[in-house]
Design a protein around this ligand. Structure first.
Ligand code: ACO
Length: 319
């Protein structure tokens, strides 16, 4: 058995902050941000919490699937920015959507979180442990960034995406994942002093990033892990219809496509609108493509996530 996606959903807060708005906070400008990252704007939570956004995305996925929330057996929620350390956000989602029979827990692997949660769900399903699993990626990065640091605050946004998986007979799912804790200092986020975007900054907390180190890591490791999964599957790059990569930076995605000598048209992007929403980028993009009718049954999709840890993971499956 494999987990087939039978519903997707997403949510972003209505408040939009474009690059010109950011230029009022830090010494930056729209042209620099667009050229270096491809980002035009980001959605920023005001009252919305991570678990609220996750629940909204989950409700939309459940509604699209037509499945009764009481049939959901497991909720896996990838996040590194939950408003509470416990209870976990997955339990908040369970309550909000009425998934009374589900177990639930959070999984933290930063930007790689959704792909790892998706792989975990597939492992449970192929082992016959669960049949109906809700996988969510949700993050409120605006609560973690230092809004006086132009090197990082331009990169992130808030949002959530969800996919409901149902056990079915189908083509096998192939996956791979890696971590390199030695390189962890390249990208760190503290949880001691969480503050909203408008509050005074405290440079001892928040996200610290060696941007160039993260960039180099991503453009080397993402093609490697994609090749690793293709080898496991005994298939070829040309067989893949679509590469859904973590949306950190369009230059990273373009460099990956170039290294793989693959048409950039197979690498959809939506970071111009949402920026980097960490664990939410992959399911947000999947939902957008699904709702626009850009995904057809039988298409081969490669998901790839990468981020703090350092961590990176990929998954090949049939839509
Ligand atoms: N606006 C204007 N100028 C800026 C800004 C800004 N927002 N930020 C930095 N600069 C300046 C720097 O001060 C520097 O000026 P200097 O030459 O006078 O010293 C110059 O621009 C170049 O800075 P670099 O840091 O070298 O710029 P780079 O081309 O590396 O781009 C960036 C920075 C966009 C962060 C890039 O390194 C990157 O995308 N890295 C990947 C990191 C990433 O995506 N992280 C997301 C989180 S992790 C994840 O999701 C995987």
């Amino acid at each position: 058995m494999v987990g087939k996606i039978c519903g997707t959903g997403s949510y972003v807060p209505p408040r939009v902050m474009d690059n010109d708005d950011l230029a009022k906070l830090v010494d930056t400008n729209d042209a620099w941000i667009r050229e270096r990252t491809g980002i035009g704007k980001r959605h920023i939570a005001e009252e919305e919490t991570t678990s609220f956004m996750a629940a909204q995305a989950a409700l939309r996925a459940v509604e699209q699937s037509g499945i009764d929330p009481e049939e959901i057996e497991l909720i896996l929620l990838a996040t590194s920015s939950s408003e509470m350390i416990f209870p976990c956000a997955a339990c908040e989602v369970q309550k909000a959507i009425g998934a009374v029979n589900a177990a639930g827990y959070d999984l933290n692997a930063a930007c790689t979180g959704f792909v790892l949660a998706f792989n975990t769900a597939q492992a449970y399903i192929s082992a016959g442990i669960y049949k109906t699993v809700l996988v969510i990626g949700a993050d409120s990065m605006s609560s973690l960034v230092d809004w006086t640091d132009r090197g990082t605050c331009i990169l992130f946004g808030d949002g959530a995406g969800a996919a409901l998986l149902r056990a079915e007979e189908g083509a096998p799912v192939y996956m791979a994942a890696h971590s390199d804790g030695e390189k962890g200092p390249a990208l760190t986020g503290m949880s001691r002093h969480r503050k909203g975007w408008a509050e005074e900054s405290d440079n001892e907390s928040y996200i610290h990033m060696d941007g160039q180190a993260v960039f180099k890591f991503a453009v080397r490791k993402v093609p490697e892990i994609i090749e690793e999964v293709l080898e496991k599957a005994g298939t070829d790059l040309k067989e893949i219809d679509c590469f859904v990569l973590h949306q950190a930076n369009c230059r990273i995605i373009e460099a990956v496509a170039k290294r793989l000598e693959t048409d950039i048209g197979k690498f959809p992007m939506n970071l111009e609108e949402y920026a980097n929403t960490s664990a939410a980028t992959v399911p947000l993009l999947l939902d957008e493509m699904n709702r626009k009718g850009r995904l057809q049954r039988g298409q081969k999709l490669m998901l790839a996530g990468f981020g703090a840890g350092l961590t990176w993971a990929a998954c090949l499956f049939e839509w």
